[in-house]
Design a protein around this ligand. Structure first.
Ligand SMILES: [Zn+2]
Ligand SMILES: [Zn+2]
Length: 398
C-alpha cells in the first residue's frame, strides 16, 4: 500500500487531532498545551521526543546517515476567530495561518514512518517549532542544535495556502520562494516642551515625519525597479496631548525583498537615514532589529528529487505549479540557509456557507482538511525515498 493510501485511511484521526489543535491555539514562543499534546502523541507512536528549547520539539525515526529533517510550525496568531465552525477557537487566538494543519500533517507522517521504520535507509528528524509568526522559533531551535546530533543533510517543509484546491503543489526552483524579513524599531529621542513653545524642545514627531518620507525614498530612488523590495512603516507612536511636544517617537516597520544585495543595502541605509534624519534636527535615533530572516531559497537538486517523489504517489489530479513567489517570509529560511532545503505550498482553500473565501491571517479563513493526508503522505514518502536514494550513495561512497 502506498504512503498516500495509508495516509487517506488516517483522515478521521488526523481531522480529530487538527480540530483539537485548532480549538486550543497558542501564540508565540511558549506553547505549553500544544507542546504537551505533540509530545504525548509522539510517545504514543513509540518516539522519544525531546524539547530542545521551550516548545521546540525534536524526534527521530530510523538510524544512521543520511539524515533528512521534516519541519512543522505549531504557533497561532493573536486574532479572534470568526469562522463560526464547530471547532472554532474561543480563546482570542486563532490558527489563521494553518499551522494546526502543519503540526497534524507531520504527526501523520510520524505515524507512517514509524510503522515502516525498519525500511528506512537513514534517519528522519522531526522538528516541531514555536514562534514562526514572529520569526523567532526556528532561530531558537537552531541555537539549541536542531541541525546536529545527528547532523542534518537536507530539510523539507510544507505550508498550506487558503487559495486553490487540494492536489496542487506550488514550488520555486529558480529564484527565492519567499522574501527576506528585517523588522526594525526606531526610537527617536527629542526633548519635551510645551506645545506653545516648540523652540524650547526638539520635536520627535517632526523628525519621525521626515524620517518616514526619507525611508520611502530608499525604495523609490535607491533600489532598481526589478528588485521587488518593500519597506513598510506599520507603526508610528508618539505623544499624549495636543499641547505637548513629546520626548520620543517610535516607528516600527519591515523590509522585505528577494534580493540579498538589495536587502543588505536597505538595512544599512535604513540605519543611516534614521541616524542622519535625527541628527539633522538635533534628535537621536536608536535602531533595534526585531527580526532578521533571509529570503527562502530552495535547493534545485533537492526540489527536483522531492517533486519526482511526489509524482510517484497515486494521488489523482496532482498539479505541480512552478514559479511560486510570495512577498511573505518564513523563518524556515534560517534552516535552508544552513543546509539544502525545500519548501512547498499546498493550497487548501475552502469557501464558507455563502461561497466566500478569505485569505490566511483573516479571522474568517477556512482550510480544506483533505490536505491533511496529502501533506502527511508527501512528508513521509519524500523523506523515505530521499533516504533510499541518498543512503545508497552514502553506502557506495564508503
Ligand atoms: Zn502566517
Ligand atoms: Zn504560516
Amino acid at each position: 500500500m502506498s504512503d498516500y493510501e495509508r495516509a487517506l485511511a488516517l483522515l478521521p484521526e488526523l481531522s480529530e487531532l487538527r480540530r483539537e489543535l485548532h480549538r486550543n491555539p497558542e501564540v508565540g514562543l511558549k506553547l505549553p498545551r500544544t507542546t504537551a499534546l505533540v509530545m504525548q502523541r509522539l510517545r504514543s507512536l513509540g518516539y522519544e521526543p525531546q524539547e530542545i528549547c521551550e516548545s521546540g520539539i525534536v524526534a527521530t525515526v530510523g538510524s544512521g546517515a543520511p539524515v533528512i529533517l521534516l519541519r512543522a510550525d505549531m504557533d497561532a496568531l493573536p486574532i479572534c476567530e470568526q469562522t463560526g465552525l464547530p471547532f472554532a477557537s474561543e480563546n482570542g487566538a486563532m490558527h489563521a495561518c494553518g499551522h494546526d494543519l502543519h503540526t497534524t500533517m507531520l504527526l501523520g507522517a510520524a505515524k507512517l514512518l514509524k510503522e515502516r521504520e525498519t525500511q528506512l535507509c537513514g534517519t528522519v528528524k522531526l522538528m516541531f517549532q514555536p514562534g514562526e509568526e514572529i520569526f523567532k522559533g526556528a532561530g531558537a531551535m537552531l541555537r539549541a542544535g536542531v541541525l546536529e546530533d545527528p547532523h542534518v543533510d537536507a530539510a523539507f517543509g510544507l505550508h498550506v495556502g487558503a487559495d486553490g484546491p487540494v492536489g496542487m503543489v506550488c514550488y520555486n526552483d529558480e529564484t527565492a520562494l519567499m522574501a527576506s524579513c528585517d523588522g526594525f524599531r526606531i526610537t527617536i529621542s527629542g526633548r519635551a516642551s510645551h506645545g506653545s513653545t516648540p523652540q524650547m524642545g526638539i520635536d520627535p514627531i517632526n523628525v519621525g515625519a521626515h524620517l518616514h518620507l526619507a525611508l520611502q525614498s530608499l525604495i523609490a530612488r535607491e533600489v532598481g525597479p526589478d528588485g521587488r523590495c518593500v519597506l513598510t512603516v506599520g507603526q508610528f507612536h508618539a505623544g499624549s496631548a495636543a499641547n505637548i511636544l513629546p520626548d520620543s517617537a517610535v516607528l516600527e516597520g519591515t523590509i522585505r525583498t528577494v534580493d540579498e544585495a538589495a536587502r543588505g543595502h536597505l538595512v544599512r541605509r535604513m540605519r543611516e537615514v534614521a541616524q542622519g534624519c535625527a541628527a539633522l534636527f538635533g534628535a537621536e535615533a536608536e535602531v533595534e532589529m526585531l527580526s532578521e530572516v533571509p529570503p527562502l531559497i530552495c535547493e534545485k537538486g533537492l526540489t527536483a528529487d522531492i517533486l519526482r517523489f511526489i509524482g510517484e504517489l497515486p494521488v489523482p489530479g496532482v498539479t505541480l505549479a512552478g514559479g511560486e513567489r510570495t512577498s511573505g517570509s518564513e523563518d524556515f529560511a534560517l534552516v535552508t540557509d544552513e543546509v539544502p532545503g525545500c519548501y512547498l505550498f499546498l493550497p487548501a482553500g475552502q469557501a464558507d456557507e455563502s461561497g466566500k473565501r478569505y485569505p490566511s491571517h483573516n479571522s474568517h479563513v477556512r482550510f480544506d482538511e483533505n490536505v491533511l493526508p496529502f501533506g502527511a503522505a508527501i512528508l513521509a514518502h519524500c523523506a523515505r525515498r530521499w533516504l533510499e536514494d541518498h543512503g545508497k550513495t552514502t553506502a557506495a561512497n564508503r
